[in-house]
Design a protein around this ligand. Structure first.
Ligand SMILES: Cc1cc2nc3c(=O)[nH]c(=O)nc-3n(C[C@H](O)[C@H](O)[C@H](O)COP(=O)(O)O)c2cc1C
Length: 168
């Protein structure tokens, strides 16, 4: 599978089967996240791998859509805003950019390993922070449910290339 094929294969998976995710695959995915680039190589991230039923239930309270319950694993990608790089010109914080790259590495790595994943940002961050007992500078950016799936997916819907690319 070349990179374009991988990017097209990666889809938001919102229904999982109960098959367990192998430890090696999980480690591989986390290693792909760890090697993501970040501004000034600060790596201002922390990844929580949530597998216990108790913690999963606590996290599920942060996201009201029940499809997420079917995932065997949640990775919660958190940013450390005390560490992240701020551009001197305008103080722009780069934590969200750094985290986004790492999160997409997770989603693409999961896809390559035959697993499904989904970015989830529409959750209540205070419930999530409480569940993970996060200190103030650590902020949950995305919950990424991961697991096996067997759903058929419609082709991706994307804007035409002429609409989003300008050669000048
Ligand atoms: C930053 C971000 C936040 C997202 N948050 C959610 C979410 O909270 N819930 C959800 O079901 N999907 C979420 N998604 C998935 C998008 O809906 C999805 O990527 C988009 O519809 C394109 O579909 P595809 O991923 O299958 O290509 C999010 C995606 C991104 C990149």
């Amino acid at each position: 599978m070349n990179f374009l094929e991988l990017t097209k294969k990666r889809r938001s998976i919102r229904q999982f089967i109960s098959k367990e995710v192998e430890k090696e695959k999980l480690n591989y995915i986390l290693e792909c996240a760890r090697f993501a680039p970040s501004a000034v190589n600060i790596q201002p991230w922390l990844f929580f791998v949530v597998q216990s039923d108790t913690k999963k239930r606590e996290l599920q309270k942060a996201y009201p859509n029940r499809w997420i319950d079917s995932a065997p694993i949640y990775i919660v990608a958190c940013a450390d805003f005390e560490q992240s790089w701020k551009r001197s010109y305008d103080n722009k914080d780069h934590a969200d950019i750094d985290l986004s790259i790492a999160i997409e590495h997770i989603c693409l790595a999961a896809t390559e390993q035959g697993l499904g994943a989904c970015w989830v940002c529409n959750f209540d961050p205070s419930i999530c922070s409480q569940a993970l007992e996060l200190q103030n500078s650590i902020y949950p950016v995305a919950i990424i449910p991961i697991g096996y799936y067997n759903t058929e997916l419609k082709p991706s819907n994307r804007k035409a290339i002429e609409k989003v690319v300008k050669f000048i």
